[in-house]
Design a protein around this ligand. Sequence first.
Ligand code: SF4
Length: 209
Amino acid sequence: MDRNEAILAELARLYPDAKPELHFSNAYEMLVATVLSAQCTDVRVNMVTPALFAAYPDAAHLAAAEPAQIEPYIRSCGFYHHKSQNLVMAARALVRDYGGEVPNDFEALQKLPGVGRKTANVVMANAFGADAIAVDTHVFRVSNRLGLVHADDVLQTELQLQQVIPKGSWSAAHHWLIYHGRRVCAARKPACERCTLRALCEYAQAAAQ
Ligand code: SF4
């Protein structure tokens, strides 16, 4: 087993139940929740989505709304003005181009208002079970610190992770890295002293020298 394989095996051991922390029951809810999660915690998003989904249960209902009507539901998520505009515009695009359904298509998702590469990957993996690695701030930080990748930006991180992780584990590895970033490898103060990956981690090894 090489170093990368050992890292992935330990992450799998640490987080066997890793899964999306956003609450959703279908692709539409996954898409909306992921758009709301930008610059916001999943916990906060999960607090606002029950009322939002009750009022706007599908793309057709959301498309018929004005952005100002959405704002009160999502105000606490931050950037609510911008997010409400993107959500309504995305819903209108879904109704216009996809019969109100969220397309199971990475390229099509990326063309929706407010949906970038990361969000499209999250939706593909979580709503459609596709092999995809969404690189958020945790995945970027932890995978570079560990030395799984050596990348300057999120796109290079995604492409390099695809090279070192078996395809069938892409989605799971995405969740492992997020869990580790939230629970152990914090941005400002990683808890290297209690991290079971320390002996395999480039950042920790460099700091020890
Ligand atoms: S050893 Fe430190 S830097 Fe490396 S993954 Fe663990 S917490 Fe993060």
